[in-house]
Write a protein that binds this ligand. Structure first.
Ligand SMILES: [Zn+2]
Length: 171
């Protein structure tokens, strides 16, 4: 299943990147085949949902998927374009990179390796090149106008993520 490249349907980013927002994929895509953290490649599940919702591309810039034994970072929507979130202040969204962990962490406790991979492979390198400290990294529910939003899941621990960001800081 190939996703067509359709920049014309996406909004080009006009401001510098100043925020990173963390999600779980069930905040956008409810397909059961991409709901639970398994070792199978699950991006096709998201793509099926994406076509159903008539989106131009997956509505995250990066997705963390578990492939066989380990978590891998997959680039989805090009980060020169915006993701679409009505419940997030446009001043934040227009300057945000959106990162989603595959699965539903309202039901499952994330393992330590997931925090390590997201910090070491993605967030710390981004923080090295962008003017972003961990104070500008938000969980979706922290900035959503929807008070019932739990994304990236009740079991996702911000303090654990911040401690990993400090462990893998690039000097
Ligand atoms: Zn979310």
């Amino acid at each position: 299943m190939k996703i067509p490249f359709r920049y014309s349907l996406l909004k080009i980013r006009r401001t510098k990147i100043r925020y990173i927002v963390i999600h779980q994929t069930t905040c956008q895509y409810s397909d059961p085949s991409s709901k639970i953290d398994t070792s199978k490649f699950q991006i096709p599940g998201l793509v099926g949902n994406m076509f159903e919702k008539k989106q131009a591309d997956i509505n995250y810039h990066f997705v963390i998927d578990k492939l066989k034994d380990d978590y891998q970072v997959i680039m989805c929507r090009p980060f020169v374009t915006l993701c679409d979130y009505d419940d997030i202040d446009p001043d934040i969204n227009n300057a945000a990179i959106h990162v989603a962990v595959m699965g539903n962490y309202d039901y499952k406790v994330p393992d330590l390796r997931l925090y390590e991979v997201i910090a070491y492979r993605l967030l710390n390198p981004l923080m090295k090149f962008l003017p972003i400290t961990h104070h500008r990294i938000f969980f979706h529910h922290e900035i959503s106008k929807d008070e019932l939003e739990t994304c990236p899941g009740a079991f996702m621990d911000k303090q654990k993520l911040v401690s990993m960001l400090k462990k893998f800081v690039i000097k």
